[in-house]
Write a protein that binds this ligand. Structure first.
Ligand code: SAM
Length: 254
C-alpha cells in the first residue's frame, strides 16, 4: 500500500463518512471504555495510523493523549493537515524508536496483514514492549482467506487471519486475549458474494490486477447509512459473532 498516494487520498477523504470506518472507530472507542471507563487521559498510540481518521475521531470524543506512527509519507502528510501528532516510522524499526516511551493503549488496525510470518512476531514483541503493565493492545485484522478479493490486491494485503492465529501468537508475547470477534456477521454473505465475484473476474482476466480498486469508495447515502446501521445493530445485539471479513481483538499485557 505504501507509495499508492491515491489510496491514502481516498482514505483521508472518506474515513469520516464511510460506514466501515465509522463502525470500526466506534468499536475501538467502546473497547477503550470497557477497559478504562470514563478516563480520557490514557496514553494512546495508533501504530500504522494511516491518514489519522481514528486519532481524529478519538480527539473529538475527548481523548487527550494521542500519538500516531505510520510508514507512509503520504499518510503522515494527511495527518499533519489534521494537526495530529504523527511521526513517519517503519514499524519494522519500532524497537529502536523512542524505546523508553510506553503507552496505556496501542491500537494497530489492519496493519498486521502487511507483515510476513517471520516479521509479525517481531512487530508484536515491539508493540508488547511499548505497553505499560496492564496496557491494552487493540487490533482489527482482515479475516478468512475466503474474503480475499480485489481490495486485497489493490492495497497489497499479503495475508488474512483467523482467531487461532492470535490465540497462538499473542500469549507468546505476554498478551492475554480479553475479547475477540469477527464482524460483520450480518453483512458477510453479501461481502463474500462480492469478493468471490471479484476473484472470478481476476482469475478469468476480465479485470486486470494492475487496475484493481480498493473497497474505499462512498456508496449512495442510503446504502452507506443502511450498512452502518446494520453493523451498529449487530454490535449491540451480538457483541461476539463467529464469522465476518474482519477480526477485532482486545488483548491485555500481563
Ligand atoms: C489498511 S491501512 C490502515 C490504516 C489505519 N490503521 C486505519 O485503520 O485506517 C494500513 C496502514 O499501515 C501502514 N503500514 C503498513 N506497513 C507499515 C510499516 N511497515 N510501517 C509503518 N506503517 C505501515 C500503511 O502505511 C497504512 O497507513
Amino acid at each position: 500500500m505504501i507509495g499508492r498516494t491515491e489510496e491514502y487520498e481516498k482514505m483521508f477523504r472518506l474515513e469520516g463518512q464511510l460506514w466501515w470506518y465509522r463502525s470500526l472507530h466506534e468499536r475501538v472507542d467502546t473497547a477503550l471504555q470497557q477497559q478504562f471507563g470514563q478516563r480520557r487521559d490514557m496514553a494512546i498510540l495508533d501504530a500504522g495510523c494511516g491518514t489519522g481518521g481514528l486519532l481524529d475521531f478519538l480527539r473529538r470524543r475527548g481523548y487527550t493523549n494521542l500519538r500516531g506512527l505510520d510508514g507512509s509519507a503520504d499518510a503522515v502528510a494527511f495527518c499533519q493537515q489534521r494537526e495530529l501528532p504523527v511521526t513517519l516510522v517503519n514499524l519494522k524499526d519500532l524497537a529502536g524508536f523512542e524505546p523508553a516511551v510506553q503507552y496505556d493503549i496501542i491500537v494497530c488496525n489492519d496493519v498486521f496483514c502487511y507483515f510476513t510470518e517471520a516479521d509479525l512476531p517481531l512487530l508484536v514483541t515491539a508493540l508488547s514492549d511499548r505497553l505499560k503493565p496492564g496496557g491494552v493492545l487493540v487490533c482489527n485484522n482482515n479475516a478468512f482467506d475466503l474474503f480475499r478479493g480485489e481490495h486485497d490486491v489493490a492495497v497489497g494485503i499479503i495475508r488474512r487471519f483467523v482467531r487461532a492465529d492470535f490465540e497462538c501468537l499473542l500469549p507468546q508475547h505476554g498478551l492475554s486475549i480479553q475479547s475477540a470477534t469477527y464482524w460483520s456477521f450480518v453483512l458477510s454473505p453479501l461481502i463474500l458474494l462480492i469478493r468471490q465475484w471479484q476473484r472470478l473476474q481476476l482469475a478469468l482476466g476480465w479485470h486486470s490486477s494492475d487496475k484493481a480498486q480498493s473497497d474505499v469508495y462512498l456508496p449512495s447515502h442510503w446504502i452507506n447509512e443502511t450498512l452502518y446501521q446494520a453493523v451498529r445493530t449487530e454490535r449491540a445485539i451480538l457483541p461476539r459473532t463467529p464469522f465476518g471479513s474482519s477480526l477485532f481483538i482486545v488483548s491485555k499485557k500481563l
